[in-house]
Every structure is written in C-alpha cells, then in structure tokens.
Design a protein around this ligand. Structure first.
Ligand code: PLP
Length: 387
C-alpha cells in the first residue's frame, strides 16, 4: 500500500493528515491496529504484501514508515522496536573488522554498544570531537573507513556537527555517513538532504512525543542492498516495531510540527533566562549566539534549535543533584522529546566511565507554559544553594 496525497501540499499538511490516510474499505481516517502474527497467502500461494509473518512487518508499522519516509525525503524507512535496536542493526551490517569513526561524546547507550562491538574485535573505532570538524578528517582512513557516525547535536553537550561537510569528508574517503539527529527531528533537520546515507532517529523521542512508545527508525535514500540488509537483520533479530506502538507513533507524528516548535521556543526561553544566572556556570544550547556552533545550528535546524539544553551549575555534584530533586514541575526522569518537561543529572544516568561534566543537568523542554518551567527551576536552584 502506498499512501497518496495531493501534489503541492506542504509537508506539515501531509504529516497532520498522516498522508491523507483513508481506509479503502471503511473510509476510516485513522489506521487500525494490525494485530495478526501471520498472513494468509492468495489463491496463487503468493504473499499479498511485503510481509507474511510478524517479524517482517505489519500494515500499521508500514503506514508509520511511509509517513516518516515522507518527512525525511527518503525512499524508504524501517521502524525498529527501539532506537538501540536500529543502531545495533547498522553495526551488525558492517563487515568483520570494519573501521568506524564516532564522536567522543555521544548518547551513552549507542557509544556503549559501539564499544561492546569493538571489544569483541567486530569493529575498530576512532574518535573525533562533535563540535570540531577539523578533528574528524585526521581519523578517517582513506579507502579503509566504512562508516562515519554523526550525532548532532550530541547528547548531552549539544555540540553541533556540520552534516554537509561531514558527508563530503566521509564520501571522499569512500565511507558512508549515518546521522543521528534525534534531538532535532526532520521538521528542522533533514539529514539525507544534507548528504547522509542513513538518517537515524530514536522515535521514542520527538517523533512520538508522548513518552509512551519505544521505537527507532532508519531512513535511506535508495531502496538498495543496504535496505535489504537492514530489513533482514531486523527480521532475524525480531526487532520490528509492533503494531500497537506504530499506531501511537502515527498519532504522535500528526502533531510533530506543532510540538517541536513549542519545545524549541521553551528551550530558548529557558536558555536565555538562565544563561547569566548566579548559580549557573554555563548554559549549553545551540540557539544562544554565544554557542560555538550557533551559525551551523541556525542553518541546519531551520532556525529552531530544538528542545534540548543542558546547564552546568556552580558548586558540587551534590548541589547539581539537589537542583534536580527540588524540581516540582519538571519530572526528574530520563528521556527527551515529550510534551512534558524532564530534567536529569546526567552523570548519575550515564555512569562514571562516560565523559560528562559532573555538574551537568540535562533538560528536555516540554510544551508547558514557559513561566511555570522558569519559576520551577528558579525555586529549585534557590533551595539547593540556600545554605
Ligand atoms: N540516540 C540518541 C541521541 C538518544 O538520545 C537515544 C536515547 O536516549 C538513543 C539513540 C537510543 O534510543 P532508544 O532509547 O529509543 O533505544
């Protein structure tokens, strides 16, 4: 099934209407949840769709994939049961001993999985600094490196990597580029248009936006052998997104444009309010003119910058933890990209081995009234620092 929309419509219209979904039999404007674990073949004993068993996929998941492919300007998207299983599929696809280049600081779960593969000699890894492209070129091995991994902005420092320039460096050396732009969804960052070969998002975050789904998605420009490889890995791992979660994801996607605009506005208001605060050492947010990668971010996120920021508080690690504990409106929870604002002491979550400032507090700005968020953080800082 290929969903069709009128030509010339804006992408926000197409996404709000789930590509003008309309069930051909009933006229329903909401896709139903395809529960079946297996599919009966036709009278010629041929499969009726690309899927004929639960691990291949299902109708609801396929609809969600078509919507995301449209958002990404991709030929095809593949949905997985988590962001981690999608990233693991990419690592699985690499030949034994492949050399890959990754940021030194990136989401700790993906970094941990990359290091896990490296510890078994499945891959060889070199590192660059996410906010400094000049550190990438020297570690790419011409004709040897197979994959360059960009996470932009990187979690939890929110340094920005120029995707177009990274793609030129990767392609010149014969490597492919994967971009994890989970923190700035395709309403603002279209990685494939900027030269990536694979665009990845943890759909658990902004794409779904309601903290009730775990999902990951890989989007590709061509339905090539890479697509077939990833499809087969997903099938053999049994990591296809289930239909119930696909249904919730479709519902979340319809409001993506509205939500991320508000997430971004709230993050900017928080960043501006706290950047010169007496209890705060530094605010890390690409939307601030003082951010070293501000100009690249402006161009790469369509002037929106996203809903994620971090603050480094003055004082000790205990003071930082106390700020988080004292919040009453922000939830002291991990994850990001939802309608509700979350706050966390990152070192507690990523562990002692991960290179993150011990006083760093990560904030996912939700869509609440920004005055309530600012007041909450103000009172939490006051309580933590009132000696
Ligand atoms: N990439 C980034 C940047 C993330 O923030 C996360 C999760 O926080 C992941 C990948 C992994 O996604 P998931 O939690 O959906 O497995």
């Amino acid at each position: 099934m290929k969903l069709k929309t009128e030509k010339g419509l804006s992408i926000s219209t197409k996404i709000a209407q789930a590509l003008h979904y309309c069930d051909p039999e009933t006229g329903s404007v909401v896709p139903s949840i395809d529960h079946s674990a297996t599919y009966s073949r036709d009278e010629n004993y041929q499969p009726r769709q690309a899927y004929w068993y639960r691990r291949d996929g299902n109708k609801t998941t396929q609809i969600a994939e078509e919507i995301i492919a449209e958002l990404e300007n991709a030929d095809a998207s593949l949905l997985f049961s988590s962001g981690m299983s999608a990233c693991t599929a990419v690592l699985e696809m690499l030949p034994a001993g492949a050399h890959i280049v990754v940021p030194r600081v990136m989401y700790h779960g993906v970094l941990g999985q990359i290091q896990n593969f490296a510890s078994k000699d499945r891959i060889r890894v070199s590192y660059y600094e996410a906010g400094d492209l000049s550190s990438m070129e020297p570690v790419i091995e011409n004709g040897v490196t197979q994959l360059v991994w960009v996470e932009t902005p990187n979690n939890p420092n929110w340094e920005v990597t120029d995707i177009s320039s990274a793609s030129k460096l990767a392609h010149r050396a014969g490597a492919r580029l994967i971009v994890d732009a989970t923190a700035t969804p395709p309403t603002m960052t279209k990685s494939l248009d900027l030269g990536a070969d694979i665009s990845f998002h943890s759909a658990t975050k902004y794409l779904n936006g309601h903290s009730d789904v775990s999902a990951g998605v890989l989007s590709l420009n061509q339905q090539s052998s890479t697509y077939e490889n990833l499809f087969n890995i997903r099938k053999l791992h049994g990591t296809v997104l289930n239909s119930q979660d696909a249904f919730l994801l479709i519902r979340g996607l319809r409001t993506l444009f509205l939500r991320v605009e508000k997430n971004s506005q709230n993050a900017m208001l928080l960043a501006r309010h706290f950047q010169n605060h007496e209890c705060i050492e530094k605010v890390l947010y690409p939307g601030l003119e003082t951010h070293p990668n501000h100009e690249i971010a402006k161009h790469q996120t369509d002037g929106q910058f996203g809903g994620m920021l971090s603050v480094i508080v003055k004082g000790s690690q205990t003071d930082a933890i106390n700020v988080v504990r004292n919040c009453r409106v922000f939830y002291p929870a991990t994850s990001l990209g939802g309608v509700e604002s979350l706050i966390e002491h990152r070192k507690t979550v990523s562990g002692d081995d991960f290179p993150v400032h011990e006083n760093l507090i990560r904030i996912s700005a939700g869509i609440e009234d920004p005055a309530d968020l600012i007041n909450d953080l103000e009172q939490a800082l006051e309580k933590a620092f009132k000696k």
